[in-house]
Design a protein around this ligand. Structure first.
Ligand code: SF4
Length: 332
């Protein structure tokens, strides 16, 4: 018998970054898919308004939204179980953002390490949206009264901040209309890129795209940095410091992991062969995803329909919350 789903809503949002990579898949998407079976309500949003804080051209935002939705759907996110939509399709979020901004101290926003990092990255474009980013994120979550938010470790301070904003709002207006969400950490908090050093990311070009062809994937895997101490084939390696081995633990069989763990340490296997095994297992794992993606891509209108329908359903929830929020504030 399938276990009963837990009550309550899960919310998560991600910026429209286009084709997703292995880091997105292991760090977020797999979790999103699993949570659909765990909770009654799951809400997943492509946060295009957030993206405007850092992008200087919106030329690719539509295509990136589409590509991302394709990946989400192909990976097993189900519109019949989840509301999957685009943030800007629910404009109520902007209204709630404004109300929440009134209970948010400016000094706290400018003190957040994530804000400081952003202004280091784009000193030429320190816009208001950048400062208000965590408030908009709080609006995203609280608009749907989510109780659980799956986030990566880098977003943890923002979620804590959302909880503070909720407390301030409820205290100021003597209400309990907004809910303090709980964080749900992902099983794999940090997926390293092929450089073996930094978190996998498109901007660092150290990523492996889910939708790439098997050949392209193999090519990327062959570029992966391994144990830096292992300069020659005859040198024994240390799998504990090698990102290829970390990936084997996710995608390869127990027997293969055991064999590599032993053979690498006594130079019984070379890095080239080790990577070939990983590339094959990764491609085998992604084959059904790629097949589903290609099929979905034959009917782009249906993908957009999923997003539009998700937006309509999300908007119903949003309108209800916003009405309660206005009542709590005492607006006429
Ligand atoms: S053999 Fe495999 S685990 Fe060992 S260093 Fe090379 S790539 Fe890493």
């Amino acid at each position: 018998m399938t276990p009963a789903k837990k009550k309550g809503r899960v919310f998560s949002g991600a910026r429209p970054t286009g084709r997703q990579h292995l880091g997105n898949y292991l760090g977020a998407i797999k979790n999103y898919v699993a949570l659909q079976d765990e909770y009654e309500d799951t809400i997943y949003c492509i946060v295009d308004i957030h993206a405007l804080t850092t992008v200087e051209t919106t030329k690719e935002i539509r295509q990136n939204t589409y590509e991302m939705a394709l990946d989400w759907l192909a990976a097993g996110m189900r519109p019949e179980d989840s509301m999957i939509f685009v943030q800007s399709h629910v404009p109520e979020v902007l209204e709630l953002h404004t109300f929440l901004s009134m209970v948010t101290p400016l000094g706290k926003l400018t003190d957040l390490p994530t804000f400081k990092e952003k202004i280091r990255h784009q000193p030429h474009n320190i816009n208001y949206g950048l400062v208000g980013y965590p408030v908009l994120m709080a609006a995203d979550i609280t608009l749907y009264k989510a109780i659980v938010v799956p986030v990566g470790i880098d977003q943890a301070p923002h979620l804590e901040f959302t909880r503070e904003i909720v407390r301030s709002f409820n205290y100021r207006y003597k209400t309990d209309v907004l809910i303090e969400p709980q964080m749900k950490g992902t099983k794999i908090p940090k997926v390293l890129g092929i450089d073996g050093e930094n978190k996998m990311s498109k901007s660092l070009n150290n990523h492996i795209e889910l939708a790439s062809s098997p050949d392209e994937t193999t090519k990327r895997v062959m570029q992966m940095v391994t144990d830096p101490q292992r300069a020659r084939r005859a040198d024994p390696g240390n799998p504990d410091v090698c990102n290829v081995f970390t990936m084997h633990k996710i995608f390869s069989s127990d027997e293969e992991v055991e064999m590599i763990n032993t053979e690498c340490r006594r130079a019984g296997i070379g890095c080239v062969d080790c990577k070939k095994i990983f590339a094959k297992n990764l491609n085998d794992d992604l084959a059904p995803f790629r097949e589903r993606r290609a099929k979905l891509d034959e009917e782009p209108a249906e993908v957009w329909d999923v997003l539009i329908d998700g937006g309509k359903r999300a908007r119903e929830v949003a309108k209800q919350t916003l009405s309660e929020v206005k009542d709590a504030i005492g607006l006429p």
